[in-house]
Design a protein around this ligand. Structure first.
Ligand code: PLP
Length: 472
């Protein structure tokens, strides 16, 4: 493709993209294709002769688009969002065009230095102490793995890195029963072992019970094990419960245990001064992760990872083969030493674009609005006697179920599961579920970039009508 042909297609694509943004609200939220349907429409063999980009776009529209679930439809209420915004998309276009691989400072000084500055902006915006330094990671899962590996090395005097995990005795990791599965994955990968992950019971509000944590740490110490790291969550995936950092952090400090905080979703709420209470006890935090690629209008992938002692992080991950030795080493940040991958995309650019284009006040206004919509939804649900709220509503997630009188728990679970599938099959909205104390729970997340109270109100009417239609 020549630059002129590229220009023509890029202009057409820009139109396609703007049209998509205008129309996405009218597309079915959840793709309704059957397994294998897309696979069988794609030829078994690649073309030998060049094909035109136009023919690719035709197939994209005919074959691919029906198999897309539209996360940017404001009626997407499932999981947690993966928000984009025009500012972020434009910056991604620049990143793709430059195609810079930003593994070390020299391979694009602007990428390294903009990343350093963006991590300072974000650190200050969310209220982490000034001694924290940050790097962008591809996902919260990777950031949590990075934290657990760093905690492992700190606990073993870097012995696991040099001699292998079996020389280090038995390490123990702690998290609550409501913690995201990425912690279990990290514990498996780190060599610490799934059976050394201790899941601490939660309180009525689904936050970690600090007393049970302390008991577990003491028990393990008395049995010759080494407590290594506690993962606390701000905004659990099921209900956005907030673990008590002050109580948990005090326990970690006493026992010299690393405190990692997973705020993948709720970290964005820390932009609001009225949510700084979530960070009470922040002086105890060793590492912290949140995902601008969830709620902060920045295209996937973009995870902000912060660490108090960057030297320990770097000592855990650095490698120095001959071809990576440079004259600037030690004077600049070479981010390949701050995590798992060597190669890195220029991801700071989209953060810069998002933060500048919205302005901090613009970001805060949108986030506040999402939180207000959740509060309003929770109010509307509470007004109906045949529905019930199943967890405290803290940020932008409402957990509830249909609970008509005269049915057994088992029947209620069945009804809610049926309700969830029936709603999603309409294509008009997309909800996901969790199970709380044995109850099948619908989760409605009001945090899509463009969601309004009007979308939520219409969705709520559909939910109510569909639910009542199930038994009448
Ligand atoms: C979404 C989520 C994760 C995983 O995030 P990825 O970036 O997809 O790895 C981890 N923890 C919590 C609390 C989450 O909500």
């Amino acid at each position: 493709m020549t630059p002129d042909e590229f220009r023509k297609h890029a202009h057409e694509l820009a139109d396609w993209m703007a049209d998509y943004m205008e129309n996405v609200e009218n597309l079915p939220v959840k793709s309704l294709v059957k397994p294998g349907e897309i696979f069988h429409k794609i030829p078994d063999k690649p073309p030998l002769q060049p094909e035109s980009f136009d023919s690719l776009m035709r197939d994209f529209n005919d074959i691919i688009m029906p198999g897309i679930t539209h996360w940017q439809n404001p009626n997407f209420f499932a999981y947690f969002p993966a928000n984009t915004s025009p500012a972020s998309i434009l910056a991604e276009m620049l990143t793709a065009t430059l195609g810079a691989q930003c593994m070390i400072w020299e391979t694009s000084p602007a990428a390294a230095e903009l990343e350093e500055k963006m991590m300072i902006w974000l650190r200050d915006l969310i209220g982490l102490p000034r001694e924290f330094e940050g790097a962008i990671q591809d996902s919260a899962s990777t950031a949590t793995l990075t934290a657990i590996l760093t905690a492992r090395e700190k606990a073993t005097g870097f012995l696991s890195n040099s001699d292998g995990i079996e020389k280090s005795g038995v390490l123990k990791i702690y998290c609550s029963e409501q913690t995201h599965s990425s912690v279990e994955k990290a514990v498996k990968i780190s060599g610490i072992g799934k059976n050394n992950l201790v899941k601490i019971p939660v309180k009525d509000d689904f936050s970690m019970n600090p007393e049970k944590l302390e008991e577990a740490i003491i028990f393990d110490k008395n049995n010759g094990k080494t407590p290594c790291c506690v993962v606390a969550t701000l905004g659990t995936t099921g209900t956005t419960a907030i673990d008590n950092l002050k109580a948990i952090g005090g326990i970690c400090r006493k026992s010299n245990v690393w405190l990692h905080v997973d705020a993948a979703m709720a970290g964005t709420a820390l932009l609001l001064p009225e949510f700084q209470w979530m960070l009470e006890g922040k002086e105890y935090i060793d590492s912290f992760v949140f995902n601008p690629h969830k709620w902060m209008f920045t295209n996937f992938d973009c995870t902000a990872y912060f660490i108090k002692d960057a030297a320990t992080l770097i000592r855990t991950f650095e490698i120095l083969p001959e071809y990576l030795k440079t004259r600037t080493r030690g004077k600049v940040n070479d981010y390949r030493d701050w995590g798992v991958p060597l190669g890195r995309r220029f991801r700071a650019l989209k953060l810069w674009s998002v933060i500048r284009t919205y302005g901090v006040n613009g970001l805060r206004e949108k986030i506040r609005n999402h939180i207000a919509i959740a509060a309003k939804l929770s109010e509307m649900i509470s007004e109906e006697s045949d529905f019930e709220i199943l967890a405290p509503v803290i940020i932008s997630v409402v957990c509830f179920r249909y609970n008509p009188a005269g049915y057994s728990e088992e029947q209620i679970n069945g009804l809610n599961e049926k309700l969830n599938h029936q709603l999603n099959d309409t294509g008009k909205l997309y909800l996901s579920h969790t199970v709380l104390n044995g109850k099948y729970t619908l989760r409605m997340v009001t945090a899509q970039t463009n969601v309004t109270l009007d979308h939520v109100r219409k969705a709520w009417f559909l939910i109510k009508d569909t639910a009542r239609g199930l038994i009448h």
